[in-house]
Design a protein around this ligand. Structure first.
Ligand code: ADP
Ligand code: ZN
Length: 776
């Protein structure tokens, strides 16, 4: 039995800690086992990452953290390893690549109730399951056994009938017997009673999807066959246009996995709440085999789900980013739907990208990876071109429907239409309205978009309107002096919200009462600028009172079921227009939606971020993909002031490849991913000049390192203030590290994290974001 163990703790320290093992330890101490250890007068939960039989020669460099006398492990809470070898190796990679302490990486792989020493893990909610223990196979034996207890016979035969096991609760309610009957059967050894944790399933009884099994189209069949022939660890990009039936391909991959006893699979989706239809399809086909890891789960529910997966009671985990750590054994397939989504990147340590973790985990598990998207990220596309990822395309929509026609309305030249249209009873036509110049409504819907909307709704069809900006107006500005209402904690303008009547910061949550007298020049000339979803809803409602509008953005979806409720209404046809932010662009499959209107395509396109164009293109292509999924066809109207921008042009022509070609060119000089690899190093603190100085200090330190070691393959860029240079009262400066050599970048970042010391460790913070999704 080993006498010493190395333990990873979730502390901001890039090292592990050594403890001695007492006689209470399990005989076999596997790496990945949880332990409770004393640490600086506290108790911490850690993970065993190594063990030693004796006193290894490399141990005991006496420093502040490893005193000569090692402390002993305090307790062993689990019978088996919480983290199995393949997942442990994945976490080691994550710690290395994203420059996070191993304990921090491991903590992200476990439910919070298993990692916090203060909250003892409560047992999951339990139910009693009755299982046949002794088989009475002859009729005589049965007559003998139940001569004086006919009720026991009924229960026993019911159990046989349902496959040998059932919950006590279901037996009692189905047969109308008392608990005593079950207890007597157990006392006689004919059945046994097991305690089993109940998986509270938030999806039970919701969003039932049809279980209709479509015949795969030729393209789907080819994709299925190609993926089926891939070897463990290999990655396939399923590049399928919107409505091409990617889900059916996923389902087939999963079916094959489940056909092998003991095998399991993981499905990642950008966000469960936004993809209820996709999730419902998985549940409809695989039922109880699926654990849905919804962000609305309580900590207890999350732990229940974790246990069910760890024990193999559920074999498919469906969830957002963190589901990549599902404690499944023998994972044979990992599917990443909408792989281009930015939400796969975690914003705090460890700053991992779930798609990339998926690829690494698959290698350790022996699983195939399927990345699905209509608009693959440039990163994945570069891997296809480099020969690391196999490409399978679904170039057409299923069922002969075609991609929608796309029309651009140039807002710089939006005049009232000259032609007369049929007047209608229900909704007034645009021509009966005041001219555009004075009509505030024209800032929302141009005449062509209004006309298209009226026409579609009259026919009983539905529309989606996208404006990727919530709130009522984007900001308050003084007409006299130009002053803009800004957050006191962040360098960001405040957004005006009408219900409730507040100015709110979308970064830190600060809110205050709106005002009309300018704070700087004292004139009563403060005006609202820009447009948010609340205002669109109001203007649309005033203009077309009969229109049934549902608004979906972060302000209308705070409740647990808000998303699903809104979407179900759309599905039942109780809504004419679904209006919302980027939330409504993803994954929705409503055949009666024939029109998509983009109110302002330019939101976000000019952000000072190298991925801004890519995000804009993806959003336009995705939202356009919601139109015309049924037989009636579809139409898209994009309103913009920059119609020549390649993100917009390529969305109009549905030309992913043209977009990629142009966008890649723009990322070569200066180089940005995927042309190079990147890390964003941010220094932050409350004192502006201390932050600037520290950022300069870190840059000089790195430049000296580059010179001393002749690291010609590494470029240090900066420092400079971050585009958003203050968030939650902290000033922010950043510098970039670029290299085409990933290994070099890793070692320099590791060196920076472990060797570089900030001038003031308490007031200043240095964070490293490897493979950043945004530089804001
Ligand atoms: P994607 O995710 O690629 O946008 P979906 O998987 O949502 O597309 O499929 C689009 C629609 O086509 C869904 O309503 C789905 O039920 C339907 N569908 C998919 N495959 C087939 C098929 N082989 N035959 C008929 N309908 C199909
Ligand atoms: Zn703020």
């Amino acid at each position: 039995m080993p006498r010493l163990v190395d333990v990873a703790l979730a502390l901001p320290l890039h090292r592990t800690f050594r403890y001695t093992v007492g006689p209470d330890a399990p005989t076999d101490i596997a790496a990945g086992t949880r332990v409770v250890v004393p640490f600086r007068s506290r108790r911490e939960i850690g993970i065993v990452v190594g063990s030693h039989d004796g006193d290894p020669p490399d141990s005991h460099a006496p420093d502040a953290h490893s005193p000569r006398v090692l402390k002993a492990v305090h307790a062993w809470p689990d019978a088996e390893a919480a983290i199995r070898p393949a997942l442990l190796e994945t976490c080691r990679w994550m710690a290395q690549h994203y420059v996070a302490p191993l304990g921090v990486a491991l903590r992200s792989a476990l439910p919070v109730l298993l990692t916090s020493a203060t909250a003892p893990a409560p047992p999951g909610k339990r139910q009693r399951v009755v299982v046949i223990e002794r088989l009475l196979d002859s009729l005589m034996a049965r007559d003998d056994a139940f001569r004086r207890s006919p009720k026991q016979r009924v229960v026993y035969e019911y159990l046989e009938h349902v496959g040998g096991r059932a919950t006590a609760a279901s037996i009692i309610s189905t047969l109308g017997v008392t608990d005593g009957v079950v207890a007597s059967l157990a006392a006689r050894g004919l059945v046994r009673i097991e305690q089993e944790s109940v998986l509270r399933d938030p999806f039970a009884g919701r969003s039932a999807a049809s279980t209709v099994r479509h015949e795969p189209t030729a393209a789907q069949a080819a994709a299925i066959e190609r993926i089926g022939a891939r070897s463990p660890g290999q990655v396939t990009l399923l590049h399928g246009v919107t409505g091409s039936g990617k889900t059916l391909v996923y389902l087939d991959v999963l079916r094959r996995v489940l056909a092998e006893p003991g095998s399991s699979a993981i499905v990642l989706v950008p966000e469960i709440a936004l993809t209820p239809q996709t999730v419902a399809r998985f549940r409809a086909v695989f039922g109880d085999q699926v654990a849905v890891l919804h962000s609305a789960l309580s900590d207890g529910e999350r732990l229940d789900a974790w246990r069910a997966l760890h024990r193999g009671e559920r074999r498919i985990a469906v969830g957002a980013r963190s589901a990549i750590f599902a404690p499944l054994d023998r994972v044979r397939a990992i599917i990443v739907d909408e792989e281009h989504e930015a939400s796969y990147k975690q914003g705090e340590a460890p700053r991992y990208h779930a798609r990339d973790v998926a690829i690494v985990r698959a290698r350790h598990e022996g699983a195939v990876v399927v990345l699905g998207s209509a608009t693959p990220s440039l990163d994945t596309w570069a891997r296809v071109r480099g020969g690391h990822v196999d490409l399978v395309a679904l170039p057409d929509r299923v069922g002969g429907s075609t991609l929608p026609s796309v029309e651009v309305v140039d807002l710089r030249d939006s005049r009232p239409p000259a032609t007369a249209a049929e007047p209608s009873e229900r909704l007034p036509s645009p021509e009966q309205r005041p001219s555009a110049a004075r009509d505030p409504f024209r800032r929302v819907l141009s005449a062509p978009l209004e006309r298209a909307l009226v026409e579609r709704v009259e026919r009983g069809e539905q529309a989606i309107l996208l404006l990727n900006r919530r709130g009522y107006s984007s900001f308050l500005q003084c007409n006299a002096c130009g002053d803009v209402a800004a957050c006191p904690n962040c360098s960001i303008s405040l957004t005006y919200h009408r219900h409730p009547d507040r100015l709110a910061c979308h970064y830190c949550g600060h809110s205050e009462a709106p005002y009309t007298e300018c704070r700087r020049c004292r004139h009563a000339t403060v005006r609202q600028r820009g447009l948010g979803t609340q205002q669109v809803e109001r203007l649309l409602g005033e203009r077309m009172p009969a229109l049934r509008i549902a608004r979906m953005d972060m302000d209308t979806t705070t409740g647990k079921w808000a998303h699903a409720d809104i979407l179900e209404k759309v599905g039942r046809g109780e809504v004419d227009v679904l209006l919302g932010t980027q939330m409504i662009a993803k994954g929705l499959d409503f055949p009666n939606v024939t029109l998509v209107g983009v109110i302002d395509a330019d939101v976000g396109i000019n952000l000072p971020d190298f991925r801004a164009s890519e995000r804009a293109f993806q959003l336009l292509a995705q939202v356009a993909g919601r139109a015309g999924r049924g037989v009636k066809g579809g139409h898209v109207v994009i309103q913009t002031r920059m119609p020549e921008h390649h993100a917009i042009q390529c969305a109009v022509s549905h030309d992913y490849h043209a977009f990629v070609a142009q966008e890649l060119e723009g990322r070569t000089s200066p180089p940005y991913p995927p042309t190079t690899r990147l890390a964003n190093v941010v220094v932050s603190g409350l004192d502006e000049s201390a932050v600037a100085e520290a950022a300069q200090g870190a840059t000089q330190w790195l430049n000296r390192l580059v010179r001393a070691r002749s690291l010609s393959g590494l470029a240090v860029v900066g420092p400079a203030p971050c585009p958003v240079d203050r968030i939650k009262e902290r000033w922010r400066w950043h510098l970039l590290l670029r290299s085409s050599d990933g290994g070099l970048l890793t070692s320099v970042l590791q060196y920076l994290a472990t060797r570089y010391e900030l001038p003031d460790r308490h007031a200043l913070r240095l964070t490293i974001d490897r493979d950043p999704q945004s530089l804001l």
